[in-house]
Write a protein that binds this ligand. Structure first.
Ligand code: ADP
Ligand code: PRP
Length: 186
């Protein structure tokens, strides 16, 4: 039997990287892989378990079929290495940090994917983005404005919504429970 693809999404600043860092070891113990993303962001500013490449290198990798999934957003290009297909084929679950805008295309390739949407109140989101300090204020406002694209009910159809407005540990527990990683694998 193939593994499950868990497709984590959420606004910039909703806590995807923090959540993935917090669950990394527990998911590894459960046998679930976390895909390392390739991003056209300088390596210093990647700030997560991702690989930074130049736009030219990204295009070359894409042409060579290195990515199972890839998309562009926020002026950047993102790729999920095709290695995830080997993991899924050998029955391992895989968690990817995805894009809300790309969900439909991801579903075309992986119809059984499990969508998980991290949600945070708008004011909390702005505060967290400013406190993180990775983007300039105008970039932060553009990222917040982008969220209006995903306000419709359709955006949450068929996806599991996890609220990360509170403590991260609660969100961690909810994600592990959703995946079934809080109990022994049978
Ligand atoms: N539950 C939480 N409570 C408080 N701060 C959080 C929580 N989750 C994430 N953060 C903080 O919010 C900021 C954005 O989180 P991050 O994981 O970088 O989000 P994303 O990867 O979705 O852009 C970071 O500074 C992070 O430390
Ligand atoms: O279509 P959207 O849901 O808006 O997503 C667009 C991109 O933004 C996020 O990336 P990234 O991790 O670079 O942004 P963040 O760390 O600032 O959230 C997300 O993971 C997608 O790659």
């Amino acid at each position: 039997m193939g593994g499950r693809l868990i497709y984590l999404m959420g606004p910039s600043g909703s806590g995807k990287d923090s959540l993935l860092s917090a669950v990394r070891e527990r998911l590894a113990a459960y046998g679930c892989r976390i895909a390392q993303r390739v991003i056209t962001r300088s390596a210093e500013a990647v700030g997560e378990a991702a690989i930074g490449v130049s736009p030219v290198e990204f295009d070359r990798m894409q042409c060579e079929g290195d990515f199972a999934l890839s998309w562009r957003a926020n002026g950047l290009a993102y790729g999920i290495p095709r290695q995830i297909d080997e993991w899924l084929a050998t029955g391992q679950d895989v968690l990817v940090n995805g894009s809300r805008a790309y969900l439909g295309q991801a579903r075309q390739r992986y119809p059984e994917l499990i969508g998980v949407l991290l949600k945070v109140d708008m004011d909390v989101l702005r505060q967290r983005l400013l406190a993180r300090g990775r983007e300039a204020p105008e970039q932060i406002e553009r990222r917040l404005a982008r969220n209006a694209l995903f306000d419709s009910a359709a955006a949450t159809e068929g996806v599991h919504v996890l609220d990360n407005s509170g403590h991260l540990e609660r969100t961690v527990a909810n994600l592990l429970s959703l995946i079934g990683a809080n109990r022994a694998r049978v």
